[in-house]
Design a protein around this ligand. Structure first.
Ligand SMILES: [Zn+2]
Length: 319
């Protein structure tokens, strides 16, 4: 009788342990989150990312932002999946919580905008509201150089934040720049050198104006905006080093930072980015934890049109 009880207890302990393992296991699986998010910018790949997130069994995180319903790519919803790709910090590695906002076009949404164009566009009125919110919340805009120094142990102001603009669209000068200037905010503009002076892009003079006003820091976004992974080594080196030189000659200041077109990069591209003389580089990985050992894969947050800044930043404060 006693023996039977003992067996029963042993069996139930084993069953509980197995159940517990089954429960714990999914949370330690590592899905390929980083790769999924890096693809966010290109339309077919964005679809792929959404599909991958739907079938993922791992700890893929997403957040639903307030359903205000005015500016979404699906009617009456503004929910967006966020693929968190925070770096794995190494023992003793210096790190800092620095949100880096990513913007593209600042103009009114056009009815004919594709789904991806909508994600890349924030209307001037919404942009102004988001910037005012940053000021009201007590954030201080900092430069990539300050980020680089912080990752060497330097001190940051309270509530630091970086505002970035990609591609050099003219609407950044027309609509974003006056707002930034009025509110005393700084931002970093990642410029594609071959796009300068094209009709829909900023002229050399416009970029110079923003720099002279103390608003803009200039970073490189290559010469031609090709994804770097698929280019030959020689071409990669040229896209990285020549664009840096062109921008430095044009605007008379060292260009220390870079953003990968489409966020696409690999280990070789990182090696070439360092070799070209950049001190840091920005990816499209989502997150706000910036690590010294991943300063060539700094995290950013793409901001949606009409997104409430407080909710967005609070989410990352808590996670
Ligand atoms: Zn770009």
């Amino acid at each position: 009788m006693k023996r039977f009880t003992l067996i029963t207890i042993s069996v139930s302990v084993l069953v509980s342990a197995a159940l517990l393992l089954a429960l714990v296991r999914p949370s330690i699986q590592q899905p390929d989150v980083q790769e999924v998010f890096a693809m966010d910018m290109a339309e077919p790949l964005f679809e792929k990312a959404l599909q991958a997130s739907a079938t993922s069994t791992g700890p893929m995180e997403y957040v639903i932002i307030s359903p205000t319903g005015t500016h979404s790519y699906a009617p009456n919803t503004i929910w967006r999946k966020r693929f968190l790709a925070e770096p794995i910090l190494h023992f003793g590695e210096i790190s800092a919580h620095i949100p880096v906002l990513m913007y593209h076009k600042i103009e009114k949404q056009k009815p004919q905008n594709s789904r991806v164009s909508r994600l890349m566009t924030v209307s001037p009125a919404h942009f102004e509201k988001q910037m005012q919110e940053l000021v009201d919340l007590g954030y201080t805009t900092i430069t990539p150089t300050q980020v680089e120094l912080a990752l060497k142990g330097g001190i940051l102001p309270k509530k630091p934040i970086v505002i970035t603009f990609d591609d050099g669209h003219r609407s950044q000068y027309t609509y974003a720049y006056p707002i930034l200037r009025r509110l005393g905010l700084r931002a970093t503009f990642f410029i594609v050198t071959n796009y300068i002076d094209r009709p829909a892009y900023m002229t050399r003079r416009m970029i110079q104006d923003m720099q002279d006003a103390g608003v803009a820091t200039i970073g490189s976004h290559t010469i031609d905006h090709h994804g770097l992974n698929d280019l030959s080594l020689v071409r990669q080196q040229s896209e990285l080093a020549d664009s840096k030189k062109i921008l430095e000659d044009m605007f008379g200041k060292p260009v220390t930072t870079f953003a990968y077109p489409y966020g696409i990069h690999n280990a070789e591209v990182i090696t070439q980015t360092k070799a070209a003389g950049y001190a840091s580089a920005y990816s499209c990985y989502l997150g706000t934890t910036q690590g010294a050992l991943s300063k060539y894969e700094l995290r950013r947050i793409r901001v949606n049109d009409g997104e409430p800044m407080k909710e967005l930043l609070d989410y990352f404060e808590k996670n």
